[in-house]
Design a protein around this ligand. Structure first.
Ligand SMILES: [Zn+2]
Length: 463
């Protein structure tokens, strides 16, 4: 019985996950033979070696990706996962690189995102072959090492002509099934920022990344006139922004330092955050700064401000499959008479980049805003009637007894890197396993549920 074989794999699977979690595979600087750093390369080598020992045919694809395959047939079905991880950060109650087993869970950075699921896929495929089930298609587990920093690994896989799957999934998001992923437009925009007049912004910077809502921005205003500095301090003390915002101001010689706090949120859900630059622009409006600097804060408030739907930019669109367009302001930096900020847009799956880029550029142009850089990632949409979606739904419902709802998300997973793939699992609805946070962990019970689901999906897709 397949079920018995899967259960008997528990010990080996748990040990394999613990072993690969112990490799600190945070992306880093390029080294000889390791384009994304030493750690990701080590995790790649370990996984290829382990798969080989399990009986897979393997290949290292340019030291950035790899695959392990079983079976025969013209077509191939695939599971896509990644071996690189985000930095461990602080505050762990178990060693982040320990792979410790406690309270029925494996603890460590990457256990769920995403090394654990890669191991589960290998064992699920192996179980089908050990069971001697006749399959018409090959099963390939494809693993990359740059998912957290741009998925250049999968780009390399595709561009170097490696085989593409006839169907597949990436267990690197949530259950049930993600059939739609919004398109992404990333802009860096800039405006003149020369100072004129005695009151001048001498420093401005905020945000941590383009895909995170700016949670904090710092500015320094210099003014040789004491009464003007006092006025800024007075206005700051009285300023009342939207709920959740906070402004602090302190005098330092001829300068006033401002720290404006908003609230960070993931770039795909900006409506859950509060953009600190919008708050600051709001406050600056009251200072009557002259010239370029005053114009910048005014223009920003007019074109973006607190909006997260692109209304003032003329791109507030939506569709029934994936909902409204969202807009996230991530970072801002002033340098040498110019100020630049990033805008990260997630647009509905039924539209393409050009339909939005054109009106947006027209709106920017009218206000003298320059586009310094632009990139677009196409949306993904897998219609519910495709066989892949039907198989995933059937297996998920049989295995969990829950309805397999189809989800649309604003994010971008590996599913976008090649055709015929969607994100499926490994996190069940309602679970919080602290991905990208301290104490990332995965219950052995859920690992085994995932093993069973993956084995049955691979069986259905490959027979
Ligand atoms: Zn991931």
């Amino acid at each position: 019985m397949l079920e018995d074989r899967l259960n008997a794999m528990k010990g080996d699977l748990v040990e394999a996950i613990r072993a690969v979690v112990r490799i600190p595979s945070v992306g880093g600087a390029e080294e000889e033979g390791a384009p994304f750093g030493r750690g990701p390369r080590e995790a790649l080598d370990w996984t290829l070696e382990h798969a080989k020992k399990m009986g897979f045919r393997t290949k290292n694809v340019g030291n950035v990706a790899g695959w392990a395959e079983l079976g025969s047939g013209d077509e191939m079905v695939a599971v896509l996962g990644h071996l690189d991880v985000v930095p461990e950060g602080d505050g762990w109650s178990a060693g982040p690189w320990s792979g410790e087993l406690k309270d029925g869970m494996i603890w460590g950075r990457g256990v769920l995102d995403n090394k654990g699921p890669v191991m589960v896929a290998l064992y699920a495929a192996k179980a089908l072959f050990d069971e001697g089930i006749a399959l018409r298609r090959r099963i390939r587990v494809i693993f990359g090492t740059n998912e957290e920093r741009g998925s250049k690994c999968m780009k390399h896989y595709v561009e170097s002509g490696e085989e593409l799957p006839s169907a597949g999934f990436t267990p690197d998001a949530d259950y049930p099934i993600i059939y739609a992923e919004k398109g992404i437009l990333s802009y860096t925009l800039s405006l003149p920022f020369a100072s004129s007049g005695k009151m001048a912004v001498t420093s401005l910077s905020g945000g941590v990344a383009a895909n995170v809502v700016m949670g904090e921005v710092r500015a320094e205003i210099s003014d040789p006139r004491e009464h003007c500095r006092k006025k800024i301090l007075g206005l700051a003390a009285k300023w009342k922004g939207p709920e959740g915002s906070a402004l602090s101001a302190e005098e330092d010689g001829e300068k006033v330092r401002l720290v404006m706090k908003g609230h960070p949120a993931h770039g795909s859900r900006p409506e859950e955050g509060l953009n600190a630059l919008a708050c600051l622009a709001d406050f600056m409006g009251g200072l009557k700064l002259k010239g370029d600097q005053g114009d910048f804060f005014r223009t920003f408030s007019e074109l973006v401000g607190y909006e997260t739907n692109g209304q003032a930019l003329g791109v507030a669109v939506q569709d029934d499959v994936s909902g409204p367009l969202t807009l996230c302001v991530g970072t801002v930096t002033a340098k040498k008479d110019r100020v630049a900020f990033t805008v990260n847009i997630r647009h509905p799956v039924t539209m393409n980049a050009d339909q939005l880029d054109e009106p947006l550029r027209a709106a920017l142009d009218k206000k003298g805003v320059t586009v310094d850089s632009f990139s677009a990632t196409a949306p993904l949409y897998m219609p519910p009637e495709t066989r892949l979606i039907q198989v995933l739904q059937k297996v998920y419902e049989e295995e969990t007894g829950q309805k397999a709802e189809l989800l649309a998300i604003g994010g971008g997973t590996y599913a976008k890197t090649m055709p015929n793939v969607v994100a499926f699992g490994p996190v069940f609805p309602g679970q919080t396993y602290k991905i990208h946070e301290e104490d990332e962990r995965w219950a052995v019970e859920d690992i085994m549920k995932n093993l069973s689901i993956m084995a049955k999906v691979l069986l259905e897709l490959s027979r």
